[in-house]
Design a protein around this ligand. Structure first.
Ligand code: TXD
Length: 308
């Protein structure tokens, strides 16, 4: 198993760290355009191996040919959000970066499974899908796992229970109109609605929606990276180990959930073939409306770069 990470910034380097710690791949290649940075970070990480007891070989490079033969490519290259900057502002610049990466993925890792992390997430996953021409099961975006883990962390803190026991699923695009579904949140099988009053749950949902922005405002430069990297790694692990895990991923919708020709976060099964199944669950009228609104905002992003 070889995994490549494109971009050796905060998310990319932390992704390599979690991948190595979990020994998900024998070999990790990290590529960036900044000279020396991927090499330096990956040499440093390699030297943690004997102490941390992992036998993954990590290598940084400025040359895309080093992704050759990758089974999985995690795309983190792009510009991060700055305070006050909207995800959509990043659209045009990051599209160019996605297309440059896609060209090289086709060239060097034509049968890989691609996990996109670059923002604005759903639009960039769509751009990667278009630019690679890969089948939809091999191109997915990471956002739902992150939005869900944020919701889970807030629930655990509010209830004073272990994070391990909290389960939740956030659907929709990775934006302020993401759709945390109350009914799908539980603590060791007990519905969250039995454990917290509605207004408390709504406050946690609101914080989840603004979860990325809260961190951007605190950091002042850059955006979140520990939880985003951990989330991308959970997806890569599900693929690498053929785990058939159910989680939210941004995937190509072709009529599912009433949406067509768009990427959006829905529950899927991830295994060795990438997105092996889209799980369709009946949503309430409110949930459907919220998801439709989220799909529309992704569509307007897609439209702004591809036309109608
Ligand atoms: O939920 C999610 N999907 C996200 C998305 C959560 C957190 C961060 N999210 C987005 O990931 C963020 O908005 C950015 O679009 C990416 C990467 O975030 P990161 O925090 O890692 O940004 P950095 O630290 O600025 O790193 C980006 C790196 C940087 O080192 C650049 O030199 C590199 O990308 N870069 C490139 N590498 C290779 N090839 C090209 N063309 C290139 N352009 C820039």
């Amino acid at each position: 198993m070889k995994i490549s990470v494109i971009g050796s910034g905060n998310v990319g380097a932390t992704t390599a760290l979690f991948l190595a710690e979990k020994e998900i791949a024998k070999e990790i290649a990290v590529v960036d355009i900044v000279e020396g940075m991927p090499q330096g970070k990956m040499l440093d990480l390699l030297q943690a191996g004997p102490v941390e007891h992992f036998s993954t070989f990590t290598r940084g490079s400025n040359n895309y040919s080093d992704i050759r033969g990758s089974d999985i490519v995690i795309m983190t290259a792009g510009l991060p959000r700055k305070p006050g900057m909207d995800r959509m502002d990043l659209l045009m610049k990051n599209r160019e970066i996605i297309e440059a990466a896609a060209e090289n993925i086709i060239k060097y890792a034509a049968s890989s499974i691609v996990i996109v992390v670059t923002n604005p997430l759903d639009v960039m996953a769509y751009a990667m899908f278009k630019a690679t021409g890969f089948p939809p099961n091999r191109v997915m975006g990471m956002a739902g796992v992150l939005d869900s883990t944020r919701f889970r962390a807030f629930i655990a803190a509010e209830l004073g229970v272990s994070m391990k026991d909290v389960s939740a699923l956030v659907l929709g695009g990775h934006g302020d109109d993401m759709v945390p579904v109350k009914r799908f949140a539980s603590v060791s099988g007990i519905p969250l609605t039995e454990l917290l009053p509605d207004e408390k749950i709504n406050a946690l949902i609101d914080r989840t929606r603004k979860g990325g922005g809260e961190i951007v405002a605190l950091l002042k430069t850059g955006s979140a990276f520990y939880a985003p990297a951990a989330s991308a790694v959970q997806m890569a692990e599900a693929v690498a180990k053929d785990e058939k895990r159910l989680m939210t991923a941004a995937v190509y919708l072709d009529g599912e959930y009433g949406a067509k020709d768009v990427y959006c976060g829905v529950p899927v099964i991830l295994g060795k073939n990438g997105v092996e199944k889209i799980i369709q669950v009946e949503l309430s009228a409110d949930e459907k409306a919220a998801l439709a609104k989220s799909v529309e905002s992704v569509k307007s992003g897609i439209k702004s770069i591809y036309g109608s």
